[in-house]
Design a protein around this ligand. Sequence first.
Ligand code: NAI
Length: 334
Amino acid sequence: MVHAVVLGAAGGIGQPVSLLLKTNPLITKLSLFDIVNTPGVAADLSHISTPAKVAGYLPPDDGLKKALEGAEIVVIPAGVPRKPGMTRDDLFKINAGIVRDLATAIATTAPNAFVLVISNPVNSTVPIVAEVFKKHNVYNPKRIFGVTTLDVVRASTFLAEVNGDVSAAPNVTVPVLGGHSGVTILPILSQAKPSLSANLAQTDVEALTKRIQFGGDEVVKAKDGAGSATLSMAYAGAEFASKILNAVKGSGEEIVTQTYISLEADPEGAKKVTEEIGTSLEYFSVSVKLGPNGVEKILPIGDLNDFEKGLLKAAIPELQDNIAKGCNFITAPK
Ligand code: NAI
């Protein structure tokens, strides 16, 4: 019996992610909240013959609170997406307030839910959620996640393409660490499995790295003003949600993935990662082992080659800025 909630459920990501969650047999109740159109989306999805009972909510009559009552997992794709020429940070002005208000509702109605933040800029919106939870004395860093799975999904696909066999993509893994915007996205191609072809020149590795870091721009450009990745993001979001749900169920298999979290989620594991980064950062996308309570263990970054060490160095100042911006949005006196 799992109650899942999508906040921003009528949007470009919200609708397909709600569809994919409706097809997850572990979910028995699916509540959809948005400022528009959720009754229609919910009615549509409710005809699908899978277990989840679907309901749509709008802001009047305490709709947000009603949607969140008893929630165990909350997925947040609410907010505006990028247009050509925009960075994810450009979205901060609008999305920070939206995420703060939704986080406040979760903290007061479903404080123990797993919170999966998709709304950009993820590097700042995750600290916003965390600071709101701290304010309400319900903060548990093991249960708040920035969804960076799309970067991981892109890395598998693009590497399989470079290797000349797209059909192998499901079996290609590349840890993608750091953050979720441009140069803060750190694909660790030296740890790819299967490993990179020895024939690949360093210039190819650099081009592949850049493509993973800026893959979102390809979609923004192709959509030409109509938004950013929605369908691939919905796939990635549903995959991540499914990992959390399987970990909660305790399927026995080890579930390891990358996600942008507070390193406070596992102080012991964080010590090693901080040593590896060489600077103390409060938030970072790391490889984690998931368990019934969320983050069970933060895993070490492992060996990086010189090129990857350079990427890490370049990511740190932007990450520091993004994190401070998110935290200050909640904690700085107005
Ligand atoms: P969209 O504009 O199609 O949908 C956003 C939805 O949020 C709309 O239905 C809107 O009504 C709703 N919304 C706005 N304010 C709200 C509020 N206060 N409460 C509830 N719902 C509210 O945008 P799209 O394409 O679905 O993108 C959503 C977010 O996801 C953007 O911030 C985008 O940058 C981000 N994104 C994140 C990715 C990631 O890898 N983490 C990848 C792609 C997009």
